[in-house]
Design a protein around this ligand. Structure first.
Ligand SMILES: [Mn+2]
Length: 317
């Protein structure tokens, strides 16, 4: 029986994919993302298709739902908001398994589903994915982490999160090697070169902090940097702006050719960033979303000042 695993290429996606691979060691691992899922799924032929950590986009969701009904066995584990263009209950009717929880990592969701069929120590992978996605505040993770040396777990998760920021590990082949290593029960630090790559990335992150400390700007309760290099650290760039200026909300703003890309992070858990991103972006004809603690938006070029005003009004601190 041929199994295909379609997953996201970030830490949570790689860990979720590794858990699926631990369960089905002969499976193929294929990386995709929300905007490519419809196309990639059309081209996937397998008896069993496992999809983890891939959001459905507003535009593609109705077509993907239809495609779900035409494929063999689909198991879908995810934690992103289900778009308004479909009904959540419809997904469960089209696939064999659909497990969806907000505020929980995809790695935790799929681990809980397969935990009886894989070695107990694979829970480490679930914990790495959860920490990597800022979703380790769940009952499950808090309880499981007590069984292990959390300092070693944090070392390993940092090795993945930072290590894949270098060119050497950015590509899908290198990431597949990491997924295979984890699925076999080895750790991220066992992947040759990954620890060194993480060290190089963390050096760049500290350099970045120094730049942001000098250059972050402020508007009301928001601190931001606009069109500075991020060295691949868009989330930390947003957070450092807030940290260095003592503001609750931080943005990393990057002007591209056709739109402005905004990354949002907060120093408080009181803000639900995905809702703020969506509301503030839609008011200027952009789009936004993500997770409560890590979100982003795309807005039209020229609308940044209006976006900033809207966002500042929306946050009541
Ligand atoms: Mn992800």
């Amino acid at each position: 029986m041929k199994t295909m695993i379609l997953t996201h290429a970030d830490c949570d996606g790689m860990c979720a994919g590794a858990i699926a691979l631990a369960r089905f060691p002969d499976a193929n691992v294929f990386f995709t993302k929300p905007v490519s899922l419809y196309h990639d799924l059309q081209n996937t032929e397998a008896d069993r298709i496992i999809i983890t950590d891939i959001a459905l986009t507003k535009r593609d969701a109705p077509n993907i739902l239809k495609l779900f009904g035409e494929k063999n066995e689909i198991l879908y584990f995810d934690h992103h908001i289900v778009p308004r263009t479909i009904k959540k209950q419809e997904i469960g009717k089209k696939v064999k398994v659909f497990i969806h929880e907000l505020d929980t990592s995809s790695s935790e969701i799929i681990y809980r589903y397969y935990q009886k069929d894989i070695p107990r120590e694979r829970v480490w992978i679930a914990i790495y994915g959860a920490i990597g996605d800022y979703s380790d505040d769940t009952e499950f993770v808090k309880e499981r982490i007590l069984n292990w040396d959390r300092r070693a777990l944090f070392f390993e998760v940092s090795t993945i999160v930072l290590g894949i920021k270098n060119d050497e590990f950015e590509g899908y082949d290198a990431k597949r090697r990491i997924v295979r290593t984890l699925a076999r029960g080895e750790n991220p630090s066992d992947v040759p070169g990954l620890v060194k790559s993480a060290k190089e990335a963390v050096n760049r992150e500290f350099d970045l902090y120094e730049i942001i400390k000098r250059k972050a700007k402020v508007f009301g309760n928001i601190a931001y940097t606009k069109d500075l290099p991020s060295f691949g650290f868009r989330g930390p760039s947003a957070l450092f702006a807030a940290t260095t200026r003592g503001k609750p909300l931080g943005l990393y703003v990057h002007t591209r050719e056709k739109y402005i890309d905004i990354t949002m992070r907060a120093r408080t858990k009181k803000l639900r960033l995905n809702e703020l991103a969506e509301d503030a972006a839609e008011a200027v004809k952009g789009s936004g979303g993500g997770h409560p603690e890590a979100a982003g938006a795309k807005i039209p070029v020229g609308s940044f000042n209006m976006f900033l005003k809207n966002l500042n009004k929306l946050i009541q601190i």
